[in-house]
Design a protein around this ligand. Structure first.
Ligand SMILES: Cc1cc2nc3c(=O)[nH]c(=O)nc-3n(C[C@H](O)[C@H](O)[C@H](O)COP(=O)(O)OP(=O)(O)OC[C@H]3O[C@@H](n4cnc5c(N)ncnc54)[C@H](O)[C@@H]3O)c2cc1C
Length: 297
């Protein structure tokens, strides 16, 4: 069976998409195949097929931590848009599929008076992407709320415990196994006061609006915070707040955010981030490490 026929019989298939259409910073070239499997079993069939055919694949959630190259991606991007179910379980845990968008889930939980995801209500990714990154805010990370993760690896579905996910600062075991697919998870949530949960989320949203340039395309923070201080403070210290290179601008509001202000390319992003790294290294002897992933660059 032809690849197009196979993929379109197991998911929604797009042949004219591009990374600039599916990432929050709106950068990146055309994608040969973009498929959203209809369900978990179809996901399994698609991955197995792609591996057998030697076709590269890349999981993408909301593309909120990725800057992708401007050239064609000659492989298959898989999005889990149809895997977004959730279910409260008898043991009190919340089962959630990996394609669920996190701010939406946080709102659902808040409405039901369930606490646990308040920290993540402003992180614009999917459960899969947040687990991959061990995303966090306000000193809480995914590792604090994950009970276990369902993974498709080496042809089978396997549950990994929290410890087995090897969570660390913006890292997890999934960085070492790029062909593993996060399919679902169980979250630890607790009953709380609905009004307090909502108030906390509203407060966090306001803090974000005050300190982050949410009105421009970005991937959030570009660099991880070194142990010594916040990355933004080093970037500010070398005078790069507001610096502009082609379509990329170092945010005036938050210098660790690089914004796509005018049809930026991946190259613009790379040149700017390398320039920042060099300036910070010479001034402070600090090695800034990228938090955002460069893909197909
Ligand atoms: C406005 C804004 C605010 C942000 N604030 C924060 C913040 O406060 N804290 C924070 O930590 N981050 C923040 N981020 C960054 C980003 O939202 C997080 O890194 C998030 O975890 C990425 O989720 P995603 O679904 O968009 O993943 P993507 O960017 O789509 O993917 C990220 C990585 O995860 C992999 N991946 C995605 N889904 C799967 C899956 N199902 N199985 C296997 N691998 C998968 C991808 O292949 C890729 O390598 C922010 C970004 C923006 C744009």
């Amino acid at each position: 069976m032809e690849t197009i026929d196979f993929l379109s019989s197991h998911g929604d298939l797009l042949l004219d998409s591009a990374f600039k259409k599916i990432t929050t910073i709106r950068i990146g070239g055309p994608i040969k195949y973009l498929v959203s499997p209809f369900d978990m079993n179809r996901l399994k069939l698609i991955i197995t097929y792609l591996k057998e055919e030697g076709i590269a694949f890349k999981m993408v959630g909301r593309g909120s931590n990725m800057v992708c190259g401007d050239g064609m991606y000659d492989g298959c991007v898989i999005k889990l848009e149809h895997l977004d179910h959730y279910e409260f379980q008898d043991d009190g845990k919340l089962y959630v599929e990996a394609g669920m968008v996190v701010p939406r889930l946080a709102n659902v939980l808040a409405t039901q008076g369930l606490s646990g995801l308040e920290f993540a209500s402003g992180i614009p990714g999917t459960i899969g992407g947040l687990i991959f990154m061990n995303a966090g805010a306000y000193k809480v990370e995914m590792k604090d709320v994950i009970d276990s993760v369902l993974v498709f690896r080496d042809g089978e579905f396997v549950w990994l415990s929290n410890e087995e996910c090897e969570f660390a600062y913006r890292r997890s075991i999934f960085h070492k196994h790029l062909d593993w697919v996060i399919v679902a998870c169980k979250l630890k949530v607790e009953r709380g006061d609905r009004e307090k949960i909502k108030a906390l989320m509203a407060d966090r949203q306001q803090r974000r609006r005050n300190t982050q340039p949410l009105d421009k395309p970005s991937v959030g923070s570009c660099f991880k915070n070194p142990d010594s201080d916040y990355a933004w403070r080093y970037i500010d210290g070398v005078g790069l707040r507001g610096y502009r290179y082609n379509g990329i601008e170092v945010s005036e509001k938050h210098p660790n955010w690089l914004l796509n202000v005018k049809e930026a390319t991946a190259q613009d992003f790379i040149v700017t981030s390398n320039f920042i790294k060099d300036r910070v290294k010479s001034a402070y002897d600090v090695d800034l490490v990228m938090e955002v992933e460069l893909f197909n660059c």
